[in-house]
Design a protein around this ligand. Structure first.
Ligand code: CTP
Length: 410
């Protein structure tokens, strides 16, 4: 369950395209995330999948008939109750009806009563989408405030390739999250998050790195998006996909992460420094692969030098510019976690430090959970229990939002 979807009602309009089968999965994901999903299907949609398929994943009745005598003005009830109306897949025919206010089925009728944001994910053949009639309908709907999600380029049912495929359900889910969270605690704020390890090259084929999976940083970026922030994610090499809707800057070395972070925070409200930045790198980079015999002649040792401390650089920049307003660091420790954490908070000029003992069970690298103690610059401590990394991220961001509102009041 995601807090963002708690008590949210999503109206899902489904029209006649083969992409309908993918939207069953989307309805399932939204329901599992905690949303109440009401599905309206057109007659054409029912030729591709049955209402039972949607009912089975949402646990709710599916609406299909505008003449259903058992339900009193259902189009008004559905439209007014919804927090968000997503039409996916949306055919060319439905776009035309919506653009002209035609109300000849339950879906288009309900669209005239809904006051909530309207998201439309078109699916049709590329030629139909680029047709001037469809383009005029898209423009008319955009002018009235509808948000279009796709279509995207790729292979279509006709076997041809072009711009007309429905956006994939995972991407649609990400876009729905952004739309639902847009008025959240960080509405209008810019949050920069760093995540993952860095790689310090020894030669073109070898590098030094660490065990960070990037999961906690990526969870922070997702939680910030869910709370309405614009998010820049500076991401080291990880296998975890970044959240939909974040501006992602991929980096490899600590030097690249330093440069990207210092540039990104020049006007940012918050920096969440979750990356596990290398403290040392090879003092020399061999431009060609090091051969065994060569290494032996060096005594098999790699000389190291210190990398730049990114938080130190941010501290100096902040003293001059005032940005970012809030800086949070992490302290991943294997012993004396609290003392080392408190020392880092002071040394690096932080507002918060999230301390975790990476040797504790269920905490630290490569796992889905974390146990974090949050310490602020006033010395206040919050010990969070063992939580999913998503829940840890949400808790951290609530404390950051509180600190921002306290600063604004002063
Ligand atoms: N950090 C940084 N630049 C570095 C190393 C770390 O900005 N070159 C940041 C990390 O992203 C983290 C915080 O500093 O938010 C603490 O990182 P950590 O590795 O725990 O501390 P170090 O300062 O590297 O100290 P030590 O290795 O001695 O524990």
């Amino acid at each position: 369950m995601l807090t963002i979807f708690q008590e949210k009602q999503i109206l899902l309009g489904v029209t006649g395209s083969i992409a309908c089968y993918k939207v069953v999965d989307l309805a399932s994901k939204l329901t599992q995330a905690g949303a109440r999903v009401d599905v309206i299907m057109t007659d054409s949609a029912r030729r591709f999948v049955t209402p039972l398929a949607f009912q089975s994943v949402t646990g709710r009745p599916v609406y299909t008939d505008m003449w259903d005598e058992r339900l009193h003005v259902q189009h008004v009830g559905l439209g007014e109750a919804a927090d968000l109306f997503l039409i996916a897949p949306a055919t060319a025919n439905t776009l035309a009806k919506l653009a002209h206010g035609t109300a000849d089925n339950l879906l288009t009728l309900t669209a005239l009563t809904a006051q909530c944001p309207l998201l439309i994910a078109p699916a049709m053949d590329g030629g139909m989408y680029s047709h001037p009639a469809t383009q005029a309908n898209v423009a008319a709907l955009q002018a009235r405030g509808a948000t279009f999600l796709g279509p995207v380029a790729g292979r279509m049912a006709s076997g041809q390739s072009g711009m007309g495929r429905m956006m994939e359900p995972a991407e649609l889910l990400g876009r729905v999250r952004i739309a639902v969270g847009r008025k959240g605690l960080f509405h209008g704020r810019h949050i920069v998050v760093t995540a993952g390890p860095t790689r310090e090259a020894v030669d073109p084929v070898r590098f030094l790195t660490n065990r960070s999976s990037g999961k906690q940083g990526i969870a922070l970026a997702q939680a910030a998006l869910d709370m309405g922030a614009r998010v820049t994610l500076i991401l080291g090499p990880v296998s975890e996909p970044p959240p939909i809707g974040a501006e992602v800057i991929h980096v490899q070395s600590s030097q690249e992460m330093h440069d990207a972070t210092v540039a990104a925070v020049t006007s940012a409200d918050v920096l969440l420094m979750a990356a596990a930045v290398a403290d040392f790198r090879p003092a020399q980079f061999a431009s060609q692969k090091i051969k065994k015999t060569e290494a032996e002649s060096w005594g098999m040792a790699i000389g190291l030098e210190r990398t730049l401390d990114i938080l130190e650089a941010v501290k100096h920049q902040r003293q001059e510019t005032g940005f970012p307003h809030i800086v949070l660091g992490f302290a991943a420790e294997t012993q004396n976690a609290f003392d080392y954490g408190r020392d880092k908070l002071r040394r690096k000029g932080l507002d918060f430090i999230a301390i975790n003992d990476v040797t504790a069970s269920g905490a630290g690298f490569e796992v889905e959970t974390n146990r974090v103690t949050l310490l602020n610059r006033e010395g206040e401590l919050v010990r969070l229990p063992l939580l999913s990394k998503a829940a840890v991220a949400e808790n951290i961001l609530r404390h950051v939002a509180q600190a921002m509102s306290n600063d604004n009041e002063q």
